[in-house]
Design a protein around this ligand. Structure first.
Ligand code: ADP
Ligand code: MG
Length: 364
């Protein structure tokens, strides 16, 4: 794959000294769907606006298709942006809205109509060409905004929280549609979201940001299975953390002391015996141990403190003898029904396989 965008040491310091983006370097490959993910205020929109040319970086360089565009205005870049609020012109029809950008580019009028229809077909709304934005639903307006952005055939499409104005059901549907659309048009997509599920569902690659920095960058499964920091482990999915100490290690496995239990873990990083660490276990990797639990599983004894039934499964909070708590999240076994849920106060054993226990350095 060819590299379409190179960000080299990009920073943005706003007047007053607020750091928006802090020395970010990354590449985006041609045709990729990359998502910038992180909590509000971490610099996602600032980074996207700099790629789009709506904001000038304080340091660094932006290379688009092998051309330095760092100080080029938006209309000189082969990039287009879909804004959170769609920014459709209310007094224009759908067709006029889509043709507008083409006309600004100097495309003759006879050519704009067929191109607009083609773009509308792509988003599944060719019959809406003569309607005004206020006659459309939120989801339809969203698609029109997309059609308007792709009609100019940019090399890269930038999307800032494109689905945030939609209600939950429609948002889920649009996540899949947008992903299919990306596959169809073959344009590089860079999206911003604060919603981890959205990022995992839609993207080839997710860039997790924290305070203007890139915290970790990888495929959805990479980030979920191998978070490099407690921040990522807890921002993508949920993680139980317990303080622990490494007792011994041998090649790829280590034994750690966690409260009163000794736990086997698979380990690939550079941890030393005697080191104080935190272990992380995802709630869905903990299971209620029954008689036939395999012998290499780790077992935690505890007592049920809370049970939450949500149809598909149950979440529980289990208190360990040292007072620490573990959350579990498990599909409801067929043998269990709402009326046979574990009771509060019951003594239980939780098991987790060694490869589902992560170790994090205490300082991270
Ligand atoms: P995100 O999109 O991740 O929520 P932003 O990129 O909007 O984050 O903001 C990053 C940081 O920069 C925040 O601290 C925000 O308050 C600040 N910021 C954003 N835009 C401006 C601006 N125009 N002027 C000053 N500070 C800004
Ligand atoms: Mg934002």
């Amino acid at each position: 794959m060819a590299t379409i965008i190179q960000l080299k040491d990009i920073s943005k310091i706003y007047s007053g000294g607020v750091v928006g983006v802090d020395h970010v370097s990354m590449n985006v490959e041609d045709g990729e769907f990359v998502t910038l993910l992180g909590p509000s205020g971490c610099g996602k929109s600032t980074l996207l606006r700099m790629i789009g040319g709506f904001e000038e970086p304080t340091t660094g360089q932006i290379i688009l298709a092998e051309r330095d565009v760092t100080y080029e205005p938006p209309y000189r870049r082969e990039v287009n942006m879909v804004f959170q609020d769609y920014a459709l012109f209310p007094h224009m029809t759908v067709g006029e809205n889509i043709a507008y950008g083409l006309r600004m580019m100097g495309v003759p009028k006879v050519e704009t109509a067929p191109k607009a229809i083609e773009a509308l077909k792509l988003v599944g709304l060719p019959d809406k060409i003569d309607q005004k934005p206020h006659q459309l639903s939120g989801g339809q307006r969203q698609r029109i905004a997309l059609a308007r952005a792709i009609v100019r055939k940019p090399k890269v499409l930038l999307l800032d929280e494109p689905l945030s104005a939609l209600d939950a059901n429609l948002r889920e549907q649009m996540q899949v549609e947008l992903k299919h659309m990306h596959e169809k048009v073959g344009i590089t997509f860079i999206m911003v979201t604060h919603d981890q599920t959205e990022a995992l569902v839609m993207s080839d690659r997710v860039v997790v940001m924290q305070s203007g920095l890139v915290s970790q960058d990888g495929t959805p499964t990479d980030l979920y299975d191998n978070p490099k920091s407690p921040y990522v482990a807890n921002f993508i999915g949920k993680t139980n953390f317990l303080p622990a100490k490494i007792i011994s290690r041998e090649n790829g496995t280590a034994v750690v002391q966690v409260g009163e239990s000794q736990v086997n873990v698979e380990i690939d990083d550079d941890f030393r015996p005697e080191e104080n660490v935190n272990i992380g276990i995802r709630p869905e990797k903990l299971h209620f141990a029954t008689g036939e639990t395999s012998t290499d599983s780790n077992i935690f004894d505890g007592e049920i403190e809370e049970v939450i039934y949500y149809g598909l499964g149950i979440r529980t909070v289990v208190r360990l003898p040292n007072g620490k708590r573990l959350e579990t999240d498990d599909l409801l076994p067929e043998s269990m029904s709402r009326t046979t849920l574990p009771e509060i106060g019951t003594a239980v054993k939780l098991s987790v396989a060694p490869h589902n226990v992560r170790i994090f350095s205490r300082e991270a």
